[in-house]
Ligand binder design. Sequence first.
Ligand SMILES: *[C@@H]1O[C@H](CO)[C@@H](O)[C@H](O)[C@H]1NC(C)=O
Ligand SMILES: *[C@@H]1O[C@H](CO)[C@@H](O)[C@H](O)[C@H]1NC(C)=O
Ligand SMILES: *[C@@H]1O[C@H](CO)[C@@H](O)[C@H](O)[C@H]1NC(C)=O
Ligand SMILES: *[C@@H]1O[C@H](CO)[C@@H](O)[C@H](O)[C@H]1NC(C)=O
Ligand SMILES: [Zn+2]
Length: 519
Amino acid sequence: MGFIFNLRLLATVLLIVLVTAHRDHQHARHARASLGLKNEAEAESAYWREKAQQTLAAKLESLQAVNTNRAKNVIMFLGDGMSIHTITATRNLLGDSSEKVYFEQFPYTGLSKTYCVNRQVADSACTATAYLGGVKGNYGTIGVNANVPRYNCTAANGEEDHVDSIAKWAQDAGKDAGFVTTARVTHASPAGVYAHTADRNWENDMEVVEGGCNPEETIDIARQLVEWEVGKNLKVILGGGKKNFLNNTVRDEAGQRGYRLDGRNLINEWLAEKQSRNVSANYVWSRKGLQQLDLNKTDYLLGLFANDHLPYDGDRERNHDLSHLADPSLTELTETALKVLQRNENGYFLFVEGARIDMAHHDNYARRSLEDTAEFARAIQKARELTSEEDTLIVVTSDHSHVFSINGYPERTQDITGLSGTLGDDNVPYNILSYANGPGYYASFGQAEGRKVITEKDTKNPLYVSPAMVPLSADTHGGDDVAVFASGPYAQFFSGTYEQANIPALMARAAGIGPYANV
Ligand SMILES: *[C@@H]1O[C@H](CO)[C@@H](O)[C@H](O)[C@H]1NC(C)=O
Ligand SMILES: *[C@@H]1O[C@H](CO)[C@@H](O)[C@H](O)[C@H]1NC(C)=O
Ligand SMILES: *[C@@H]1O[C@H](CO)[C@@H](O)[C@H](O)[C@H]1NC(C)=O
Ligand SMILES: *[C@@H]1O[C@H](CO)[C@@H](O)[C@H](O)[C@H]1NC(C)=O
Ligand SMILES: [Zn+2]
């Protein structure tokens, strides 16, 4: 502290000396820039007082306009692994610390406690049960309470331990439901919408067999999506993961193999089931196919745009020529989903996951994670623009944190994905962004000679792996709380600190559906 204080004092003295010596305005500007000022107006107290006035005026106005309309529609946005640090760092990616990531403009913010029944640090499976079904379960399990231990082949078969999701409550109330994800549609978070399983990995029958279970007794997640009541009634299913729908002797449109062993083609079965009900259903697998759909005539939509996950958004942009043919953005998928769901005059529940924020963090790809967070925010902005705050509640949150931190005392003008601007005690530069663990350990530590020397040029590469303290093939999630942002009817419910498992109750009460409709 003392050192910093003295540095500030020194800098202030330097500024005064400079300004006096060169009354020329240009020189003052230069001196301030050298102090790391990004916006000169911030040097004046009036700037901050004016901002405070604006915030206060908005707060006073919100007292007059508490929205207790019934939420006809509910949209839940889940930034997988989107810790508060991730949001903060994304502001810088967007230009500066003073930026707001779109959903930070929402009037109400709260904190969600993410632990699961048997773990302090959660995964995307047990948390999906919490934020979609309102009950906490065991790590690795989905749509079941904690009576179901992970990996037990049959323990999830008892309906008494099933946890229904808010998608079912919406369907039971005559609304439509659907989901969008950049992961496989059978991945842990979206599976929370429709599945009940003792292991998140049982996405296809091959994985059930590998888990030592009988696939006739333990129904895989892809089959649950196509065959079971909630899944087969979803109006919109958009994401990746074709491999879980096709036999391993069958190749998809891009020539990649399926993973199934049972010979079934679940895409064809999905279409056949809709035909048997005489409803209009479309399956698409490319961005072009999506654009050619007549959404006004589509009752059911299945879009599987990749054999596995969809690409990182930054990569989609960087490989524009190729991706233009293949991959829709999360924003485009969200817009499509809303156009299909908006046709139900009773309203809808839509779940949208920005899945790869988490996956980039696991690989210590800080920049890619922030790029995906920026795209996630664009999708939310699109949804808010296409809907009304009068009748549509939007809730934005995350399932769990990551061990990702923002370090040093970088100047405001520095790119957050770069170096902190000072040296460690080992005389080697260090990054602003780093991880407590993960594969970045190997990139940042030499064998015997301590930390490897890094340059700003290294950090500019989008594939740059940020440093990590503990060597691990993937970074772990973090156990700290995640934020919740809300806009629309009953958004005020979402302020404060509460259990992640309270979120579905708050959304359902706002919409007047499910077991909390009449609380
Ligand atoms: C698995 O769950 C079933 C049903 O709940 C139970 O009877 C059985 O003992 C469990 N098996 C193991 C190995 O825990
Ligand atoms: C599905 O794949 C398995 C494993 O490769 C194979 O043994 C089986 O014959 C295939 N089924 C059909 C119907 O193609
Ligand atoms: C299916 O729907 C079409 C158009 O709504 C209708 O003309 C036809 O009679 C229906 N067929 C059956 C078998 O319900
Ligand atoms: C679809 O329906 C919307 C709303 O009724 C209408 O504005 C739009 O023009 C329609 N689009 C097509 C392609 O028919
Ligand atoms: Zn994860």
